[in-house]
Design a protein around this ligand. Structure first.
Ligand SMILES: [Zn+2]
Length: 345
């Protein structure tokens, strides 16, 4: 393990504080001792995180015949939950297995691979990446290692070559160490989709539809028409406030409306429990996005400063939804900037 000298800087101090049970003591111990401890902990961490499976609870839940998913916690990723904060889907055919999203760490992915092996001897042929956000992709290398073909949409190309992707991985190595470490990498698709496609698992065919740009430019949904199942990725968040980021929320709402109109029997979201009552359960994401656009759009048009506008908005419908306090302000601010840019056109 190479200890970077920058561990003596502010960032390194933060990293060590996060990992140390005795924060104050470590701060006083100085840089040399800190480096020694960082080395020790990273060595321990490498044994616990980089090569082993995750130890969090993970259960394959049945969605339909031959269709399952695992559900991450409705929380931000942390060393405690080992980064298990998103869902992944599993479709088992007579010609192999398809996985929807790769989970947020290689260890979680290895754990999912073990769980799949308990219920089928079929090999994992494909992983469809619904979008290239950190919590869904850092497990990809584990699926590559067992021979899976990674499928993604061309809309992810700009992100994959961006500084944002590189910096996100660096930050995750700090935040989710040892589950994300220097051996973790971003894996690009082997097969780039430009439009909707169909993947075959023997007699089972799986539709992959481009439903972005919405949450991200590259959003893909995985659809099993004969079983009425849709894996919607982060088009749908259940049981928590969505992460908006740089999303095009107008198109996101339109994609949700399309999905609701198709009346699938079961929708598995990127976060939260599955739903069999699509009309009722998909509205949280849609209504939240619409409310952000309405309130922040009005503020942007009237040239009202963000802070004043934000303080005035009645958030009572959403403030008890998990993660509201962590992400709502950022979501509102991103929407304010989006609406400001659109108002200027
Ligand atoms: Zn997500």
């Amino acid at each position: 393990m190479i200890v970077n000298i920058s561990l003596c800087g502010t960032n390194g101090a933060n990293v060590r504080q996060r990992k140390s049970p005795s924060r104050g003591g470590l701060r006083r111990a100085g840089c040399v001792a800190g480096l020694a401890l960082a080395f020790l902990m990273s060595t321990v961490g490498a044994a616990a995180g980089a090569g082993e499976s995750a130890t969090v609870s993970m259960t394959l839940q049945r969605v339909a015949e031959g269709v399952y998913f695992v559900q991450g916690e409705n929380a931000m990723g942390s060393a405690l939950n080992q980064g298990f904060v998103s869902n992944a889907g599993v479709v088992i055919g007579d010609g192999g297995v398809l996985v929807v999203d790769a989970l947020g760490t290689p260890a979680l992915a290895r754990r999912l691979i073990e769980e799949i092996a308990k219920i089928t001897p079929q090999p994992i042929r494909y992983v469809v990446v619904t979008h290239y956000h950190a919590d869904h992709i850092y497990g990809l290398q584990a699926f590559k290692a067992v021979g899976a073909t990674i499928v993604g949409h061309v809309g992810a190309r700009d992100y994959l070559s961006s500084d944002t992707a590189r910096l996100r991985l660096q930050a995750s190595r700090d935040e989710l160490f040892p589950w994300i470490d220097e051996t973790t990498r971003v894996v690009e698709p082997d097969r780039w989709l430009e439009r909707d496609g169909t993947l075959s698992l023997g007699s089972t065919s799986v539709q992959v539809r481009h439903v972005g740009p919405a949450h991200t430019p590259e959003d893909l949904a995985v659809v099993l028409p004969d079983r009425g199942v849709v894996f919607a990725g982060d088009l749908v968040f259940r049981g928590r406030i969505p992460f908006v980021g740089g999303a095009d929320s107008r198109r996101w709402i339109a994609s949700l409306e399309t999905l609701i109109a198709q009346r699938p029997t079961v929708v598995v979201p990127g976060h939260g429990t599955l739903t069999t009552d699509v009309a009722r359960d998909l509205v949280l994401t849609r209504d939240y996005l619409a409310y952000l656009r309405e309130t922040m759009g009005r503020a942007a048009r009237e040239l009202e400063p963000f802070e004043e506008a934000y303080a005035k908005v009645d958030w009572s419908r959403f403030e008890n939804v998990p993660l509201f306090r962590l992400v709502n302000r950022m979501n509102a601010y991103n929407t304010y900037l989006l609406m400001e840019a659109q108002a200027g056109k």
